[in-house]
Design a binder for this molecule. Sequence first.
Ligand SMILES: Nc1nc2c(ncn2[C@@H]2O[C@H](COP(=O)(O)OP(=O)(O)OP(=O)(O)O)[C@@H](O)[C@H]2O)c(=O)[nH]1
Ligand SMILES: [Mg+2]
Length: 195
Amino acid sequence: MRSQGTIHCKVWEFKRQLDKREVKFALIDTPGLEDTSSGNLRVLQEITSQLGNLQGRVVSGAIYFHRITDKRMTGTGRANFDIFKAICGEAFFPRTVIATTMWNHIQPQKVPAYRELQKELQTTHMHLPGGGDAVFELPGNEEAILRHFVRLKALSRPQLLLEVEANQTGRRGVRKTRAGKEILKKSNDGFCAIL
Ligand SMILES: Nc1nc2c(ncn2[C@@H]2O[C@H](COP(=O)(O)OP(=O)(O)OP(=O)(O)O)[C@@H](O)[C@H]2O)c(=O)[nH]1
Ligand SMILES: [Mg+2]
């Protein structure tokens, strides 16, 4: 259980000059997924509540952060990625981005090996069918991520599955959402030791 870190969603609103155009962004920083089902249901509830506060705006993209220095995707990492996919829903996969962090912790001569590892993750545990291959290395590509989302604006506008479900089930119903079911499935699978 975490004693610090992001507990509530935080919205960062900012403007960026991109190709002589001022673009407005709102970034929602969510609490990280945890390794217990009860913790993850709380996180899901927090994200759902935040989605209810968007006042007519819709989510235009989602970013999954993975520390490249973790090397192997652990059971928890895989489970969390499954929850991320359930939050998004297949229709939203084209609007998802994977951001791998900690590249400034990698010794330059080891970068090619880590790129190979990243490719392997993309085709195995971090695969998003139909989601393209939007992987960005951080730090250094923050603006590229923003540009990527601006380019996506021209495409069709699928909604985040959790956003659709949140409107249908109300704030108390997170257990009934696809992500809620995914979290509860993990606890039945023995993924969770403490309930
Ligand atoms: N060197 C380096 N440090 C990073 C990078 N990304 C995050 N950090 C550091 O790692 C720590 C945790 O980063 P956060 O972005 O707060 O991670 P988080 O997953 O949101 O964590 P919580 O919100 O606390 O659950 C901070 O001290 C960051 O400065 C990175 O790409 N490189
Ligand atoms: Mg955080």
